[in-house]
Design a protein around this ligand. Structure first.
Ligand SMILES: *Cc1c(COP(=O)(O)O)cnc(C)c1O
Length: 406
């Protein structure tokens, strides 16, 4: 008699073998907890790589999705739509504000506001759109990118992403992309040519190891771009919507992006991406479109999710809990910790040895964490995580670092 197949066996049989997997079947979640098929509880410090900022199974977003689906799920952008209109307006309202007269808000490069939205369905798509819009607006080709930068894996985004291991199987890459060291202004300036359309940068590199940009580097880069007419594309796909203790991580810096890329946590866990542009970004009609982009279902989820972030003060919460988390982590005495860095609830713990075994050991102890590169444990908990849960995570990390010592 044939045995019933396990979830793992079925997935391995019917899906391409592309993702490195963990030996666990996750079936449900609530707030900052995840549960496997044996109902074992985990503290989520991954948020599906920065998607679940408001936590899992949020009632308000669930209600919004339910009601909107019964009203209208899809509405191609050839039509106007009430919910899309409301969300576009809301998104522009929460954009970092650039003061044209000075530095009132600490990011006063002036030069217009982020005021025009294009909707798509993922982070890679947001980056694709940003690259196309930059080329269309400037008539130039070169895009300057950062080493260790991550912008997604579709062909355009992949050309901007750092990492020969990602690019090599898919050669040739799109032309015109150069990579220069992150946090090195001189190398950036030297790479500029007459054909430079834009620079694309994360203000905190996520996949690249949780590395915040230096304030001076980004300020000079932003000022230079503005002075010579190069567009500044900031990829906040991972850092947006409260993650770093500001609604957008750009607010920590004295910069003025021309194009902001968003996705991941934008819509409470529903797939959605967006780019928000300054007025000067001009794209020919019909030159870039998306069937699902701006669908009312995702827009309703996004409206409800941002409403929840605002009502529950999750941005301030991320700032406070992030400080608390890093303070507690700093109390762990282990020679294996090389550096703890982070901003809000985006935290990296760089070890002196490979971090993979420790992430696996953490899961055994009921904590789901991420890697960022080979040596960094990355923590991206939902912003609704509690202090008690943070304490448990810190204890677990202390234990696993200790254990493997003996
Ligand atoms: C995850 C991520 C992307 C790609 O997003 P997808 O939705 O996976 O296409 C792009 N940029 C950054 C900074 C990311 O973290």
């Amino acid at each position: 008699m044939s045995k019933t197949k396990s979830t793992k066996q079925i997935e391995e049989q019917f899906e391409l073998d592309i993702y490195p997997r963990r030996e666990v079947v996750i079936v449900r979640g609530k707030a900052s907890k995840l549960y496997d098929d044996k109902d074992r509880e985990y503290i989520d410090c991954a948020s599906n790589v920065g998607v679940s900022n408001i936590g899992h199974a949020n009632e308000q977003v669930a209600t919004a999705i339910h009601e909107q689906y019964l009203r209208l799920a899809n509405c191609y952008s050839m039509f106007y739509n009430d919910i899309r209109a409301r969300f576009a307006q809301k998104l522009v309202e929460i954009m970092p504000h650039f003061n044209n007269n000075g530095n009132k808000n600490g990011n006063g490069n002036g030069n217009g506001q982020l005021s025009k939205v294009f909707f798509c369905n993922s982070g890679s798509e947001a980056v694709e759109a940003a690259i196309k819009f930059a080329r269309a607006t400037t008539g130039k080709k070169q895009i300057i990118c950062a080493m260790r930068g991550f912008h997604g894996k579709t062909m355009g985004a992949l050309a901007a992403t750092w990492g020969p291991e990602y690019q090599k199987p898919f050669m040739p890459m799109l032309e015109g992309f150069v990579h220069v060291p992150f946090n090195n202004y001189d190398r950036f300036e030297k790479s500029v040519s007459d054909d430079t359309a834009a620079v694309i940068v994360e203000v905190v590199q996520g996949e690249g190891g949780v590395r915040p940009a230096d304030k001076e580097y980004l300020k000079k880069l932003s000022q230079f771009c503005r002075a010579v007419g190069i567009l500044l594309i900031v990829d906040e796909v991972q850092t947006g919507f409260g993650r770093t203790g500001k609604m957008f991580a750009s607010e920590h810096y004295d910069i003025s992006p021309d194009i902001l890329c968003l996705a991941k946590s934008i819509a409470g866990g529903i797939p959605m991406g967006a780019v928000v542009c300054k007025e000067k970004i001009i794209v020919p009609k019909r030159s870039h479109t998306s069937t699902f982009g701006g669908n009312p279902l995702a827009c309703a989820a996004a409206l409800a999710s941002i409403d929840f972030i605002e009502k529950e003060n999750l941005v301030e919460r991320a700032a406070e809990l992030g400080e608390y988390f890093i303070e507690k982590l700093s109390e762990i005495k282990s020679p294996k910790i090389k550096e703890i860095r982070g901003i809000g609830l985006m935290i990296g713990i760089e070890l002196t040895e490979k971090a993979g075994p420790y992430v696996a050991a953490l899961m055994e102890m009921g904590v789901i964490a991420l890697l960022a590169g080979n040596f960094v444990i990355r923590l991206l908990p939902p912003l609704v995580i509690s202090k008690e849960e943070i304490d448990k995570v810190v204890d677990a990390l202390g234990d696993v670092l200790q254990e493997q010592e003996d």
